[in-house]
Design a protein around this ligand. Structure first.
Ligand SMILES: Nc1ncnc2c1ncn2[C@@H]1O[C@H](COP(=O)(O)OP(=O)(O)OP(=O)(O)O)[C@@H](O)[C@H]1O
Length: 329
């Protein structure tokens, strides 16, 4: 287990991590989610003893990182891609790591094989692509066959095949009973990978919940309806005891997976429908609402210089602010 208790890190005036307490458990993938600058990397660095907490504590199986004997056999980490000497081959990079950590040299070939780098093992790493670099970083994390693994944004910059491979690798590692702690700023990525979710914003804990609970609470299903006979449909729906929301002048929304019932009701009342579409609120939207207050870097409004907000330029469609989703809630 990785246990954080009241973990805080300040850089001068800046509080990067603010009184974080949570536990990362074995046998599952714990997703560590937060917008850019939320404090994920700083937290991970403190787990590894690379940054000293201003206050609070973080322990790995009850010990501080520097108290672990042969730490790579306890916890393996991918923090920064390409954190190695570019003049060395992938094999030599891993061999140095193995030799300085009491790990048998035979393990180097095994991990190169696991990450699919055997064919380029003797090539200098400075020519490696981002994806190859991530794979080499992961090979380093796996070298000590550790029970805990920590990956900071491992899918960043990877192609779909690489993303698929990392997801499956993390699932396999968790299924072997290992502790897998992975950060991301993308809810959609976490929804596909994580069993448990820890969400932070501006260094503070915003949620510590199972993925299943988060999905159940936040992925509301509803039906969107458009009709030229709005008042008649409102009466019919209310008469049938169906609550209606009116999010705008155009559309109506009713809660639940009841498109069929609404269609039949409209047909009975001879009401014309222009749209009857089942919808599901996205998890990304739920995440953005949860973190809206703590997003550090808002997009600007996207107005051309000199244009007043909402002002339409001649011959141009109306302007939509870019960052509006992020500011909602
Ligand atoms: N060495 C440092 N000195 C000063 N400020 C720092 C330092 N390291 C991080 N910070 C600040 O602490 C905050 C948290 O940064 P951190 O890199 O941990 O966030 P993050 O969640 O990993 O973000 P991202 O997803 O963008 O990588 C940011 O505001 C960052 O600018």
């Amino acid at each position: 287990m990785i246990e954080l208790e009241g973990l805080t890190k300040r850089y001068g005036e800046k509080v990067a991590v603010n009184n974080l307490s949570f536990t990362v458990r074995p046998g599952i993938i714990t997703g560590f989610l937060g917008p850019n600058g939320a404090g994920k990397s700083t937290t991970m660095r403190m787990v590894l003893g690379l940054d000293r907490p201003t206050s609070g504590d973080v322990r790995i199986d009850g010990k501080h990182y520097d108290q672990l004997k042969d730490p790579l056999t306890y916890i393996g980490a991918l923090l920064e891609a390409k954190a190695w000497h570019g003049g060395r081959s992938a094999y030599n990079h891993l061999l140095c790591l193995a030799q300085s950590n009491g790990i048998p040299a035979s393990r180097v070939r095994e991990v190169l094989d696991t990450v699919g780098l055997t064919a380029v093992a003797r090539k200098k790493t400075k020519g490696f692509s981002l994806g190859m670099g991530q794979r080499l970083g992961i090979a380093g994390a796996l070298l000590g066959d550790p029970r805990m693994l920590m990956f900071d944004e491992p899918v960043n910059g990877l192609d779909p095949e690489g993303i698929h491979w990392i997801r499956n690798l993390m699932k396999t590692l968790a299924a072997q009973g290992r502790t897998v702690f992975v950060s991301s700023h993308l809810m959609s990525e976490m929804a596909l990978t994580a069993d448990h979710l820890v969400v932070i914003g501006q260094g503070r804990l915003l949620a510590d919940t199972s993925m299943a609970e988060f999905i159940a609470e936040n992925s509301r299903s509803y039906v969107r309806i458009r009709t030229p006979q709005r008042e008649q449909l409102l009466d019919a729906l209310q008469g049938a005891g169906i609550k209606v929301a009116e999010p705008g002048a155009e559309a109506l929304e009713v809660d639940g997976d009841i498109a069929q019932a609404v269609g039949e009701l409209a047909a009975r009342h001879q009401i014309v429908l222009h749209e009857l579409s089942p919808q599901r609120a996205s998890l990304e939207e739920a995440f953005m609402q949860l973190t809206a207050e703590s997003v550090e870097y808002h997009a600007h409004d996207g107005q051309p210089p000199g244009a007043a907000p909402g002002q339409q330029q001649p011959g141009q469609p109306p302007q939509q602010p870019w960052g509006s989703d992020w500011k909602r809630g």
